[in-house]
Design a protein around this ligand. Sequence first.
Ligand code: NAI
Length: 300
Amino acid sequence: MGTQAAPATSEIAAVGVIGAGQMGSGIAQLAAVAGCGVFLLDSDPAALSRAAASISSSLGRLVSNLAWSQVACDDSVKRIKCVSDVEELRGVDLVIEAIVESEDVKKKLFVELDRITKPSAILASNTSSISITRLASATSRPSQVIGMHFFNPPPIMKLVEIIRGADTSEEIFSRVKSFSERIGKTVICSQDYPGFIVNRILMPMINEAFWALYTGVATKEDIDTGMKLGTNHPMGPLQLADFIGLDVCLSVLRVLHNGLGDNKYSPCPLLVQYVDAGRLGKKRGLGVYSYGRSSSSVKP
Ligand code: NAI
């Protein structure tokens, strides 16, 4: 990792990012650009290679646009170390978890992080919907566990939704808020309810768009054009679902349905079928729309 001026004592200097997928790679980039040493971890070596390539190309675009110098770009890339062993995260000040949206899998990871990381480390989750209080209960430091919900793609989207668990301390909240602002984000704060603020409101709209498609109200193109031009959204809900990942949308709807107990959150069967078929959205080349890299086993 490259050299950087020593940060103030309470400032976050070293960050672990777990999950090098769509979200984790962008979060690692943001932290590195802000001058942090970053350990980017994934259980899948191919995901780490893809993340390294996508970070280099994303930062390279800034150099081509003359928004940034080649030296600053190279220094940021050097600050990111791709790792596959969680023990490497021993010395970090903050861990941001961005693995699969499954409570059981995340809890197992939090147990491990609690054992490995230094006692002062903050453990944050980028979960889209899962209870921070329940993730925190898997650790011996619930006051240092917090939700840090970025939006896709993290380097572009300006928002971070911070979620306080039942025991998150004021000090941890303000340190995470300062860190989020340091990496250029606007912060909103949510209590720990299923889906928090944004997904509580967004996912029912995406689900309704699937119901409209499933029941033959209109074509996918007309549903998306209707919502783009009729409500001034930058993209339609079906295209947005593809960008988020249909697996992520389904997991979030299931959390909303289980947690809030209202049938209006029950996932549309068409969304379930697409996920069962491996049509996970843009990241797999095929979701509601095709992105030119579709798997041969599934037909649009
Ligand atoms: P993704 O599928 O692109 O990436 C997940 C990565 O985690 C994969 O590379 C996978 O190999 C890795 N992984 C899974 N289990 C692991 C484990 N136990 N240890 C280490 N690595 C593991 O998923 P994406 O879209 O990046 O989402 C990740 C998290 O971020 C989820 O919790 C999701 O709900 C949340 N999120 C997603 C947003 C989106 O628009 N896709 C927006 C905001 C939050």
